[in-house]
Design a protein around this ligand. Structure first.
Ligand SMILES: O=C1O[C@H](COP(=O)(O)O)[C@@H](O)[C@H](O)[C@H]1O
Length: 336
């Protein structure tokens, strides 16, 4: 499918207000965030005057996630800053992975609280890979005691089709690092049916989501087409993939299902299931966690100029009616 046609399909509500306005200073300053590690800068990002940091990363970009083709904006990131790249898209940069984890925990806890206050439940989608190790603070006080874990519903952005106790299982990774340490009702942890082949497993996972949509645990988006998760947490692979949506793979442009299967994943194991891109873009909140120099080349492309569709799948994440936050460490932004 041709790029603009697909983008319109993925972003049916796209209006000019979703596009980057011309920004004289190259970024949209916003009010300060009460975080020990992150400050939103006031027009001083590029000089590196804030936070006493001499190190400034910046890149001239043409098309940030979801922007219009003609938008031009400079993304700058220095240590300890939060830059509003455009309306609804924020980039937070940390000196260390530990500091990133200390900010990720209150971010998740705040969305959990506001979702439970508003709807009585919190739907959170996890990924595998390096993400889980950055979530460790959540199982410590004050978060452990403050979060209403009984209302959490946990899902996966992607899962490897292996037994749930297999070391490659994203479920096992989350169970060992997070879920076994918090009192989430087991019935609210929505894992892959590991007795099924990839295609059947994807269909089964989609039917679980649809049952939860019928029970109003998962609301649908404005068009009634896709589930609207409260929070989707994603990692980005060194090749720019997210979930199990790999560069230039046909699954990147799949829009007719909520969950899809893949049997030729370029990253082992080859058999997986994954949420499709429009489901990710229907979420209320999406956060990427990208750490390490291995992510730097692709992060530069995510915030850089136009690319052929699907070359860097992470670039296509742009919630239609939600917020996107990138949590990155200094190594990941080293090429911005
Ligand atoms: O295979 C996968 O990789 C991505 C990225 O992992 P990372 O270790 O580079 O952060 C992950 O988000 C996905 O869930 C997983 O299945």
């Amino acid at each position: 499918m041709e790029f603009h046609g697909l983008r319109a399909l993925l972003r049916p509500n796209l209006t000019s207000s979703h596009l980057i306005p011309s920004l004289p200073s190259g970024f949209l300053p916003s009010s300060c965030i009460s975080s020990p590690h992150v400050k939103v800068l006031k027009n001083s990002v590029q000089s590196g005057l804030c936070c006493g940091s001499p190190r400034v990363f910046s890149t001239r970009i043409g098309l940030v996630p979801g922007s219009s083709k003609n938008s031009r904006v400079r993304v700058s990131a220095s240590m300890g800053t939060s830059t509003q790249v455009r309306e609804g898209v924020e980039l937070k940069v940390y000196e260390t992975v530990k500091q990133l984890g200390e900010d990720l925990a209150p971010y998740v806890a705040d969305i959990s609280k506001s979702s439970i206050d508003a709807r009585g439940v919190f739907s959170i989608v996890l990924s595998g890979g390096s993400l889980i190790s950055t979530m460790g603070k959540l199982v410590e006080e004050p978060f452990l005691g403050k979060i209403d874990w009984s209302q959490w519903h946990v899902f996966w952005a992607d899962e490897r089709v292996v037994p749930l106790e297999h070391p490659d299982s994203n479920y096992k990774l989350a169970l060992d690092g997070l879920l076994s340490k918090v009192p989430i009702p087991p019935a609210n942890v929505h894992a892959l049916n590991d007795k099924l082949k990839p295609r059947e497993a994807a269909e089964d996972y989609e039917s679980v989501l649809k049952q939860l949509a019928d029970k109003k645990v998962l609301p649908l988006d404005a068009g009634g087409n896709y589930p609207r998760f409260d929070l989707i947490l994603l990692g980005m692979g060194p090749d720019g993939h997210l979930a199990s949506l790999f560069p230039n793979h046909p699954l990147v442009s799949k829009t007719d299902t909520w969950v899809a299967s893949i049997e030729d994943s370029p990253k082992p194991p080859p058999e997986r299931i994954t949420l499709t891109l429009p489901v990710i873009n229907a979420a209320e909140n999406v956060a990427f966690v990208a750490t390490g120099s291995g992510k730097a080349d692709k992060l530069k492309l995510v915030f850089g100029g136009d690319l052929p569709f699907g070359e860097v799948p992470a670039k296509l994440v742009s919630p239609v009616n939600g917020k996107l936050v990138w949590f990155a460490d200094k190594d990941a932004v080293s090429k911005l």
